[in-house]
Design a protein around this ligand. Structure first.
Ligand SMILES: C[S@@+](CC[C@H](N)C(=O)[O-])C[C@H]1O[C@@H](n2cnc3c(N)ncnc32)[C@H](O)[C@@H]1O
Length: 246
């Protein structure tokens, strides 16, 4: 029988592939499938954070969606349930993730390297870049391909994941302020505001929302034009209900 989880207390999520024991593998070699079954607390807070990021979208409008780091399809499930999705294409580089994704026919699935796929300049309303790890340094120096290329097709929304918060701002803040050509950054709110200005100067989009998951990830949403940043914290201990394995 398939293993099931409930996302945000209302959406069904199924694990479609057999789970293998990956506990002996090095952390960087473990798949996202392993992560969701061992770090329910982090996945839970991420689900609630992603839901908040998307919940101001118009449910009467149709959106086409492209996810480049689609993992096991948790965000895909949220997008499908929360929005009126007209077309949905997902991809991931990992074979097991691809097998998991392709078992669900609500979207079309591909095994692709996100680096290259981003450059294809596909036309979608929503682009999701759920990077395994990222910061302004990664974005500017092309760690995940040419990040700004995601905006060329003029999507309505680009969401991505920033994990710079894993370290205190004191550790890399000076480097981030150099990259963003700004005064010394005192906290991550200032970091995202500076990133929003940088984004606006480069592509005419700005960051409308950041959802902070505990102390290790910011889920970021950018839309066209200049906007004030709205922030919300999703502490791990208060968000254990976002992903419940049954
Ligand atoms: C944070 S997880 C994505 C989780 C996913 N959004 C979900 O909701 O299930 C990051 C994913 O990026 C994938 N990944 C890592 N490097 C990649 C690359 N170069 N191209 C595409 N996917 C990659 C990993 O396999 C992993 O599944």
């Amino acid at each position: 029988m398939k293993q099931k989880a409930i996302i945000c207390n209302k959406y069904d999520f199924y694990i479609n592939v057999p789970l293998k024991d990956e506990s002996q593998r090095k952390k960087n070699d473990q798949s996202y499938l392993h992560f969701i079954t061992t770090r329910q607390d982090l996945v839970s807070a991420k689900c609630n954070a992603t839901k908040w990021l998307l919940e101001d979208l118009n449910i009467n409008e149709q959106y086409s969606v492209r996810e480049y780091f689609a993992g096991v399809g948790i965000q895909s499930t949220l997008l499908q349930n929360m929005l009126n999705v007209s077309k949905h294409k997902v991809s991931d580089i990992d074979k097991n993730c691809y097998n998991q994704l392709k078992a669900d026919t609500r979207w079309t699935s591909f095994k692709l390297d996100g680096h290259k796929a981003i450059l294809e300049n596909e036309s979608y309303d929503i682009k999701m870049l759920d990077f395994p790890h990222s910061s302004i340094i990664h974005l500017k120096r092309g760690k995940w391909s040419n990040f700004l290329a995601s905006f060329i097709s003029k999507p309505k929304i680009v969401c991505w994941t920033d994990t710079s918060m894993t370290y205190s701002i004191k550790v890399h803040g000076t480097n981030y302020s150099k990259e963003l050509n700004t005064a010394q950054l005192k906290n991550f709110s200032e970091y995202f505001q500076a990133m929003s200005i940088w984004l606006y100067q480069n592509v005419g989009y700005s960051i409308q929302k950041v959802a902070y998951r505990g102390k290790n990830a910011g889920y970021v949403k950018a839309i066209k034009g200049k906007h004030n940043l709205i922030e919300k914290k999703f502490e791990i201990k208060d968000n254990l209900d976002g992903f419940i394995l049954c």
